[in-house]
Design a protein around this ligand. Structure first.
Ligand code: ADP
Length: 397
C-alpha cells in the first residue's frame, strides 16, 4: 500500500482511537513505524477498493477468521462460517441486517451493533462497526474502510451488571410477596383488634398503639414500593429481551376504565378522581393486565406529582378510529426543557419539587413500550405550575 494511503489510514484510525496514537505520529520514527501502527491497531479493520476487493486488513481482522485469509466478497461468508452474527441483545441478524453486509454494499454505517458468537468456542465478541471512505486524490481510486471497534469488555461488564440485577430482582420476589402478605395481615388484624378491646386503655397505651399502627403502615407502604420496583425491573429486562408478550382480548373501553378506577387505591383522603363513565361502546383489543398497569402508573403519578391539587380527571374519547385515554392533574407540571426525555428509561425530572417525590423513572418507559406493543402511542401535555395530562391511544377494533 502506498505511503499516502498509509497516511490517510493513520489519520482515520487515530481519530477512532481518540488521539491515543498521536505520540507516535509526532516523532521522527513516523515513517518506519507506520506499518507497525496499522498492523497492531487493536480493532479489526479491512480496506476495500472500489470493486469491493479487500486490499488490506490488519492482524486483528485476520485473527477473526479461522483460516486467517482475507479475500474480498467471501469475507462475510467466512465470518458466518465461524460465527453467528447477532445484535447486542442476542437477536440473530440475517444477512441484510448484518452491518458488515451493509458495509460491503456501500451503505454508510456508524456504530452498527455486531456480536460475533463463535460457533465452536462458545464465546462472543462485541463490535461497533463503522465505515469510512478514504479519498486520496482525483487520480487514485477511492478506498473504503470497515472498522470494527471492539467493545467486548464494556458490554460484558454491562451484561454482568444487568444479569445480577435481573437475578436479584427475581430472587427478591418471593420474600417480598411473603413479607407484604404478612404485614398486610398483621396491620388489618391490629386495626380490628384495637376496635374490640374490652378495657379502657391509658393515654400511654393509646399513644403506643397509634405509633405501632403508623410503623405497620410505613412497613406496608415500603414493602409495596419494593414490590413495584422488582416488578418494574423485571419488566424492563423482559422488554429489552423482547420477552414481554401480550395476550389481547376484545374489551369495551369505558367499562374497563370505570372498573379500574373503582379498584384504584388512592393512598390518601385528599385526591378525587373524576370520570364520566357513560358508555361509548368502543372496543379495543388489549392485554387487560398490561393496560391496567399503564393506567395505574398514570393515576399514581397524577396523585404523586400533585400533592396540593386534589382533582384528577380521567377521560376516554374517540378520535379517528382510535380510543384516547387521558389522565389530567393540576399538579407540578413538567419543565419544558425536561419534556423530551419523560419516557426515557430511568429518567426523572430534575426539579426541586419532583426530586422530593420517591420514584425510579421506570414506570413511564414501561407504559410507552406496553402501548407500542398494542400498536398505539403515548404522549402528554404539561405546563409547569399548572399540571399535566398523560394520554395513550390505541386503535379501535
Ligand atoms: P417515577 O415517578 O417513578 O419517577 P415515571 O417513569 O413514572 O417514574 O415518571 C418519570 C418522571 O416523569 C417522574 O420522575 C416525574 O418527574 C415525571 N412525571 C411523571 N408523571 C408526572 C405528572 N403527572 N406530573 C408531573 N411530572 C410527572
Amino acid at each position: 500500500m502506498s505511503k499516502i494511503v498509509h497516511d490517510h489510514l493513520i489519520y482515520i484510525l487515530e481519530k477512532e482511537e481518540g488521539g491515543s496514537m498521536s505520540y507516535m505520529l509526532d516523532t521522527s520514527k513516523r515513517t518506519t513505524k507506520l506499518e507497525d501502527i496499522i498492523q497492531n491497531f487493536h480493532d479489526p479493520f479491512v480496506v476495500f477498493n472500489s470493486k469491493m476487493e479487500a486490499v488490506f486488513a490488519n492482524s486483528g481482522f485476520y485473527a477473526l477468521l479461522d483460516d486467517g485469509e482475507v479475500r474480498d466478497e467471501q469475507i462475510l461468508k467466512k465470518l458466518q462460517n465461524c460465527y453467528q452474527c447477532l445484535n447486542f441483545k442476542g437477536k440473530k441478524l440475517d444477512a441484510l441486517e448484518c452491518p458488515i453486509h451493509k458495509a460491503l454494499h456501500y451503505e454508510f454505517i456508524h456504530n452498527g451493533e455486531l456480536q460475533l458468537a463463535h460457533k465452536q468456542q462458545k464465546h462472543s465478541t462485541y463490535y461497533y462497526v463503522s465505515t469510512r471512505s478514504i479519498t486520496i486524490d482525483k487520480e487514485d481510486e477511492d478506498l473504503y474502510l470497515i472498522i470494527m471497534r471492539d467493545v467486548t469488555n464494556t458490554i460484558q461488564t454491562e451484561l454482568t451488571g444487568k444479569e445480577f440485577i435481573q437475578i436479584a430482582a427475581h430472587e427478591l420476589r418471593t420474600p417480598i410477596t411473603s413479607i407484604k402478605g404478612f404485614t398486610q395481615l398483621v396491620y388489618e388484624r391490629y386495626k380490628e383488634r384495637s376496635k374490640s378491646w374490652h378495657f379502657q386503655p391509658t393515654i400511654n397505651i393509646i399513644k403506643d398503639m397509634e405509633r405501632d399502627e403508623t410503623f405497620l403502615k410505613i412497613m406496608l407502604d415500603e414493602v409495596h414500593r419494593l414490590d413495584e420496583l422488582t416488578d418494574e425491573l423485571l419488566s424492563i429486562f423482559k422488554l429489552e429481551q423482547g420477552k414481554l408478550e401480550i395476550e389481547v382480548e376484545e374489551t369495551e373501553v369505558t367499562t374497563f376504565v370505570a372498573e379500574l378506577i373503582d379498584k384504584f387505591h388512592i393512598p390518601n383522603d385528599f385526591h378525587r378522581i373524576h370520570y364520566d363513565s357513560s358508555p361509548l361502546n368502543k372496543h379495543i383489543r388489549i392485554d387487560k393486565k398490561q393496560i391496567k398497569r399503564v393506567l395505574h402508573n398514570f393515576l399514581s403519578n397524577a396523585v404523586k406529582y400533585s400533592p396540593l391539587a386534589s382533582d384528577i380527571y380521567v377521560t376516554v374519547e374517540c378520535q379517528d378510529d382510535q380510543v384516547v385515554v387521558g389522565v389530567k392533574d393540576e399538579g407540578f407540571g413538567i419543565p419544558e426543557e425536561c419534556q423530551s426525555r419523560i419516557f426515557d428509561r430511568f429518567y426523572r425530572v430534575e426539579h426541586p419539587e419532583h426530586e422530593e417525590i420517591p420514584g425510579y423513572g421506570i414506570g413511564l418507559h414501561i407504559c410507552r413500550e406496553i402501548i407500542r406493543l398494542h400498536g398505539g402511542d403515548t404522549y402528554f401535555e404539561s405546563i409547569l405550575g399548572q399540571g399535566s395530562t398523560f394520554y395513550f391511544r390505541i386503535p379501535c377494533v
